[in-house]
Design a protein around this ligand. Structure first.
Ligand code: HEC
Ligand code: HEC
Ligand code: HEC
Ligand code: HEC
Ligand code: HEC
Ligand code: HEC
Ligand code: HEC
Ligand code: HEC
Ligand code: HEC
Ligand code: HEC
Length: 322
């Protein structure tokens, strides 16, 4: 309830001067918070409680000292940050923005005490505290994170991202895909090693082409699109249509009605070992036999797609024939 306390620190886009009135308001709010906090303090005593409340007291601009001062004791960290996308924060507020302290909180007391007074320490903080810090600035791009299966399972921003020692300069990831994901999703690795698979291990397709690790409104963290098949048709444009003669199965069941998304033992990543078995799930064998002028069943038929070639839909033939 209190983790979303408004502006407990300088955030980008914030104008310092306009904060003064706000701070007075925050002090009032803090009073209320403290009452609640005391009530729950007995049960919720954690190491982070103290710094969190200190932060809530809306630090004065003079509590921020700038990265140059940090460099006196954290030279390597500051040097390592030169090309970090977060250095852009320095350019804000008319080039008076701050970098380190936007994440770690104001550093004056910490610097003056020679490091004894603690900064916000992401490595030691709870996942909720970390996520809410990062989301202060990134909720706009990732509004669904809190309800994602990842957040619910306690997988936080820093489970996948490493701010200071990232393996990929782009997106600041701990490891590049798909290794990052395989650390926790070993079963998917097995699927992507099957005889017929999306070339993810080969580096052609990425997990994030289909999934958004930050959560979506879809199940399975699937990227949301207007038409759910579009996750696939953005690459397989020839299956998209619209067609004069649509195969109702493609629209109703979606691509996954017939294909496995990761990999399969079957050619064309089909769900079934034989095309005919796949089709006969919906088209009865008996009916097929009649249509095709055969005896007791359609078992003798050649693979359906030998003749019904344009299985995803056709502009010229209602039976998807060549
Ligand atoms: C006068 C020296 C000094 C200055 C200046 C300084 N630090 Fe530190 N900092 C330390 C020491 C000492 C530690 C403790 C290191 C340890 O325990 O390994 C530390 C630890 C930290 C930690 C780890 C969490 C913690 O509190 O233990 C963070 C984060 C940190 N500093 C950030 C900063 C930032 C950001 C600045 C600039 C705003 C800064 N420091 C300025 C000396 C300094
Ligand atoms: C975008 C947020 C962010 C910014 C900006 C940032 N840090 Fe950090 N910092 C982190 C996170 C997250 C960690 C925890 C370790 C990690 O994931 O890399 C951390 C860890 C640290 C640590 C502890 C390292 C250790 O030994 O565990 C220090 C010291 C530190 N940061 C200093 C700085 C300084 C100095 C700057 C400015 C040059 C800075 N940080 C800028 C997020 C940030
Ligand atoms: C399960 C792993 C995972 C978690 C957890 C995660 N990310 Fe990411 N993040 C990624 C991957 C992979 C990319 C690059 C591909 C993409 O954009 O989806 C990325 C990209 C980003 C980007 C840059 C591109 C963009 O879309 O904005 C930002 C910013 C970002 N993440 C912030 C966050 C924040 C903030 C959190 C926590 C609230 C978080 N991430 C949690 C894996 C993760
Ligand atoms: C005070 C605001 C702020 C906070 C807090 C913050 N970020 Fe950022 N972040 C930014 C800005 C600004 C950028 C640069 C955006 C741009 O280039 O468009 C950025 C960029 C990123 C990127 C994108 C890198 C790329 O390649 O484009 C990632 C990933 C990211 N942040 C993750 C995090 C994570 C994880 C945390 C928490 C540990 C965090 N950020 C905390 C402001 C913030
Ligand atoms: C730190 C471990 C970890 C990492 C790294 C990780 N995940 Fe997850 N992921 C989980 C957990 C835990 C869950 C929730 C439990 C579950 O459903 O397996 C989950 C859930 C998911 C789900 C939803 C499954 C469902 O049943 O709804 C997808 C999709 C997913 N992760 C994709 C990814 C992708 C893509 C990456 C890499 C960018 C990734 N994950 C990285 C741990 C991780
Ligand atoms: C071509 C698109 C695509 C790619 C690439 C892809 N996925 Fe999926 N993934 C899906 C779809 C679609 C589902 C939903 C399957 C269902 O509903 O039966 C899914 C389901 C999942 C699930 C939950 C169910 C399960 O099978 O465990 C996880 C976890 C997952 N994917 C992780 C990953 C990871 C990790 C990667 C990269 C190594 C990845 N996916 C690459 C499309 C993709
Ligand atoms: C990022 C692009 C991309 C996305 C998204 C994508 N695919 Fe693919 N798909 C590929 C590539 C690349 C191949 C390998 C093509 C090859 O080997 O000729 C492939 C192969 C296939 C194959 C096997 C084709 C063959 O000739 O054997 C099927 C079936 C397939 N994808 C279905 C899907 C489905 C279903 C989805 C949605 C869940 C999907 N694809 C999403 C790029 C993508
Ligand atoms: C009714 C079942 C069915 C549905 C639904 C379906 N497919 Fe297919 N798809 C097949 C069959 C069967 C083949 C194999 C055709 C062959 O072997 O000639 C195939 C082949 C493919 C291929 C290989 C290249 C090609 O065109 O022959 C791709 C790529 C593909 N499908 C993607 C998709 C995508 C994307 C969707 C969703 C828009 C989808 N499929 C929906 C049955 C289906
Ligand atoms: C998920 C169920 C499903 C699967 C699997 C399926 N179909 Fe269909 N198919 C349908 C539906 C529903 C129609 C529309 C039937 C109608 O309009 O009466 C249809 C229509 C057709 C038509 C057009 C003729 C007609 O009756 O309108 C042909 C030909 C066809 N399917 C062939 C196939 C073949 C070949 C396969 C296997 C690759 C296949 N279908 C797999 C559900 C399916
Ligand atoms: C040797 C070629 C061939 C094979 C193999 C074949 N079909 Fe056909 N199918 C046809 C022809 C030709 C028609 C008649 C088209 C028409 O009446 O316009 C037809 C008609 C159909 C129709 C009804 C179309 C309509 O317009 O009413 C369905 C459904 C169908 N086939 C499904 C299947 C299924 C399922 C399989 C595999 C089990 C299969 N077919 C195998 C050639 C074939």
């Amino acid at each position: 309830m209190h983790k979303d306390m408004p502006v407990t620190r300088l955030s980008i886009g914030a104008d310092l001067a306009s904060r003064r009135g706000l701070r007075a308001f925050l002090m009032m709010l803090l009073g209320v918070t403290l009452v609640c906090a005391t009530a729950s303090a007995a049960t919720k005593k954690s190491q982070n409680a103290a710094p969190a409340q200190a932060n809530a007291a809306a630090p004065a601009p003079s509590d921020y000292i700038g990265a140059d001062v940090c460099a006196a004791c954290h030279q390597e960290v500051v040097n390592g940050f030169a090309n970090n996308p977060h250095t852009r924060m320095t350019l804000m507020h008319g080039d008076k923005g701050i970098t380190c302290e936007n994440c770690h909180g104001p550093g004056k007391a910490h610097a003056e005490s020679g490091g004894t007074t603690k900064m916000f320490n992401f490595a030691a903080a709870s996942t909720q505290a970390v996520d809410s810090k990062c989301l202060d600035c990134h909720a706009g791009a990732h509004p669904d994170f809190q309800r994602s299966p990842h957040a619910k399972a306690g997988v936080s921003c820093v489970s996948c991202h490493d701010i200071h020692k990232s393996a990929t300069p782009e997106n600041l990831l701990k490891a590049s895909q798909p290794q990052l994901c395989y650390q926790c999703h070993g079963d998917v690795k097995a699927a992507l090693n099957m005889p017929f698979h999306h070339p993810v291990n080969e580096g052609v397709v990425k997990c994030s082409d289909c999934h958004d690790a930050h959560g979506t409104f879809q199940t399975n963290n699937l990227r949301a699109t207007a038409d759910q098949n579009r996750i696939c048709t953005k690459c397989h444009a020839d299956t998209r249509g619209p067609y004069v003669y649509e195969h109702a199965a493609v629209k109703a069941e979606g691509c996954l009605g017939c294909h496995s998304p990761h990999g399969s033992q079957n050619a064309r990543m089909l769900n079934m070992p034989s095309v005919n078995t796949l089709c006969n799930q919906c088209h009865s064998r008996v009916a097929n036999a009649t249509i095709h002028g055969m005896g007791a069943g359609s078992d003798e038929l050649a693979p359906c797609t030998d003749c019904h070639t344009f299985i995803h839909g056709s502009n010229i033939n209602a039976a998807f024939l060549r």
